[in-house]
Design a protein around this ligand. Structure first.
Ligand SMILES: Nc1ncnc2c1ncn2[C@@H]1O[C@H](COP(=O)(O)OP(=O)(O)O)[C@@H](O)[C@H]1O
Ligand SMILES: [Mg+2]
Length: 257
């Protein structure tokens, strides 16, 4: 059995190395060996570090990242990223390659966006959900201006993104979603009606909304994590991608325990 696995690992490495020649630089199959080969090669740069993964790119390839699990248990996050990406590529960065037990994955590199980068949120929304974006600006804001006297075009594009996520979270059986009404400066009653309108339109006309709703239902993606720093823009087409998702919440989804 060990021999078969060895051969298999060799096969995977060889075929993957055609697409990602820098993968050959990763020596060994355990964390210590992999991290020491990364440190030895000057071509790798650390792009970021989270609680579970350390993320690198290689100077010979600016389109992909390597996400290395920092501890054995953390490979699970690489595995779950692969599962959601395979099922919902509209919403999650593509995972191109993986270590047999998910010590690392190779993912599509994204431009991570922070709240104040308004233009990036605007372009991201336009590219990911153009119909919903136009509907919010031209119909929703107009409707609620007439109804309440408040012009909601003061919302930043990041706040519009949060409003969309809130709309999806309130209609899918997500973990209890935090109440963003204070941060968005929208009265609770208006917020309730607005998120209903946004969800009803979005789920019909935008795959991004439909796929994220399904990902929440099926895999328990936690909508509370879908905030700045965890969202990036695809370099390929400018759409918004969830780069770090907490999934498989205990209480829901296919993997509920
Ligand atoms: N696909 C990606 N493209 C570009 N940078 C990324 C990507 N994935 C992660 N990063 C960077 O690496 C950091 C850590 O990755 P993350 O997925 O958040 O790991 P963790 O699960 O440990 O929190 C992120 O905050 C981000 O800066
Ligand atoms: Mg993170």
């Amino acid at each position: 059995m060990k021999e078969i696995l060895k051969e298999w690992i060799k096969f995977l490495k060889e075929s993957q190395s055609e697409y990602f020649p820098w993968l050959i630089l990763l020596k060994g199959d355990d964390y210590e060996s992999v991290i020491s080969s990364i440190r030895k090669d000057k071509g790798f740069t650390v792009l970021g570090k989270g609680g579970y993964r350390e993320v690198f790119d290689h100077k010979s390839d600016k389109e992909h990242v390597l996400k290395l699990a920092r501890e054995e248990g953390s490979s699970f996050f690489n595995y779950s990223e692969k599962v959601v990406s395979d099922n919902f590529p509209t919403v999650f960065p593509k995972v191109y390659s993986n270590h047999p037990s998910y010590l690392w994955i190779v993912c599509e590199k994204c431009d991570v966006i922070l709240a104040y980068e308004d233009e990036k949120w605007k372009v991201g929304l336009q590219r990911s959900m153009p119909k919903l974006f136009a509907f919010i600006k031209d119909v929703i804001f107009e409707k609620y201006k007439l109804e309440t006297g408040v012009d909601y075009s003061f919302l930043s594009h990041y706040q519009i993104f949060i409003l969309i996520i809130a709309s999806i979270a309130s209609k899918t059986k997500s973990e209890i979603y935090y109440d963003p009404t204070h941060a968005l400066n929208i009265p609770k009653e208006t917020y309730k009606k607005m998120t209903d309108d946004i969800f009803n339109f979005g789920i019909r006309y935008e795959n991004w909304v439909l796929d994220l709703s399904k990902a929440i239902q099926r895999f328990g993606v936690d909508a509370n994590d879908l905030t700045e720093g965890n969202i990036g823009q695809s370099f390929e087409d400018g759409t918004l991608k969830i780069i770090d998702s907490s999934i498989f919440e205990k209480k829901m989804g296919e993997y509920r325990s």
